[in-house]
Design a protein around this ligand. Sequence first.
Ligand code: ARG
Length: 587
Amino acid sequence: MASVTSLTASVHQRLADALSAALPEAGSADPLLRRSDRADFQANGILALAKKAKANPRELATQVVERITKGDLLADVEVSGPGFLNVTVTDKAIVETLAARAADGDRLGVPLNAAAGTTVIDYAQPNVAKEMHVGHLRSAVIGDALRHMLDFTGEKTIGRHHIGDWGTQFGMLIQYLIENPDQLAPAADVDGEQAMSNLNRVYKASRAVFDADEDFKERARKRVVALQSGDKETLDLWQRFVDESKVYFYSVFEKLDMEVRDDEIVGESAYNDMMPETARLLEESGVAVRSEGALVVFFDEIRGKDDQPVPLIVQKADGGFGYAASDLSAIRDRVLDLHASTLLYVVDVRQSLHFKMVFEAARRMGWLSDDVTAHNMGYGTVLGADGKPFKTRAGETVKLEDLLDEAVERATAVVREKAEKVGLSEEEIVENGRYVGIGAVKYADLSTSANRDYKFDLDQMVSLNGDTSVYLQYAYARIKSILRKAGDTRPAAHPELELAPAERALGLHLDAFGELIADATAEYAPHKLAAYLYQLASLYTTFYDQCPVLKAETPAQVENRLFLCDITARTLHKGMALLGIRTPERL
Ligand code: ARG
């Protein structure tokens, strides 16, 4: 494993050295290097430095250029405008750098983050005995992608699926099951769909009794107390609801082509034992105070209607603990026992006030600090194609599995259309349909910045044109087909060759993969990776249109272009895998 210094970094270093030689008092000044349309790069930093040093910017720029040696790395550096530098790198440097990346296997020369730590990531957290909805889809998809990306930078990641497995509704459910045994088949005997339909049936039936029968309501309330006090029979039944729900969760995660580990499903209930202590610590330190019998934390800056402060309720007046107490306990566990340096939450933006208060309370307690930070990647709402919150025509929430099934169905139709030409077997069509359909759903979600709402529009998602995963998957498969057609001619880098403009543009973009990964991961922004990949596919298409590969002029050029094809394919494959999306070899 050998990480590769990118051209951007090498050029940056050269310019920074020349800059500090020309203007020693500026110290290690930043030349502010950007990719540019006019040349390969443009440095814009000299203007501000000259201003500060009361020097003439064009003159300073000229002095910097005089201190730069051209040759292996730099083909041309010239002053432009009021004092910018336009920088062109050599074709040789581009090919050599890419060759070093190609030699680094699946890491493609991307360095590990020297400051990597441990991130506990809270994502894919559905609720027990409830159907998963499109909001849960977002958390799962975004969280899974972020986790792959973080892992790739060398971060240690620990997943926490904080499922909703506790609360007063279990009193009703369990009581109903006691009075109506045999309503829930053992979890081992059902598949995901049956599990959910059983749970739905029990939920509806118990709700009906609960609403109609005051005596039942009272028995359900007592059952909550039994559950909280750890009564064995009650807990066993509660566990059955959890197990049955897990069968369903796993079936959805499998459909999503996503790995979820059992030991990382640590729901609200897992923190029960910690909650009294959490409350005690909060109260003793004075961070939480008693107010009308409840234990609450107040925040000056958080106010609701009539300018009244909105408190975070740690413990209700009846002694019960809720969502905030479990989250505060989870923070203690993740920081003190799992030794997290970062806590990442992928939760609906509508819970951002909750997290703001929880994080602030944890900071006051010293559980969070400058060294241990917490972030909520609050994501927006999923909208229908009509721009309204996603609902069926009858106004009901759409079942997640139905959506996924439909995506796969449509994708399979798309794949089937081309299948004959590619010579795909029925088995391959089915498998590809799944990868394309699920990929389409994931990509549509990941390619919009998470905090924005996004439209769930299947027609658009499986479209072959535009910024879709299908487009990227086809780009990948097309490259693989060229590489197969090349037969015995192997990809090989030829740094001695002159590159066409489309080859340079593609090469420079490929070289920027490592920096992109570092930025997108630091900002928890999978959409930046998606945008990078889309641009990569577009640059490849231009290259392919302008530069014959197998029919290039010389054997060396054929090999070099195959080499560009190969590293493009590998970068696409890796990037898509980081988003949790498969790239079939033949499509
Ligand atoms: N189960 C919750 C819901 O469906 C999300 C849990 C988020 N995570 C957390 N630590 N509170 O809304």
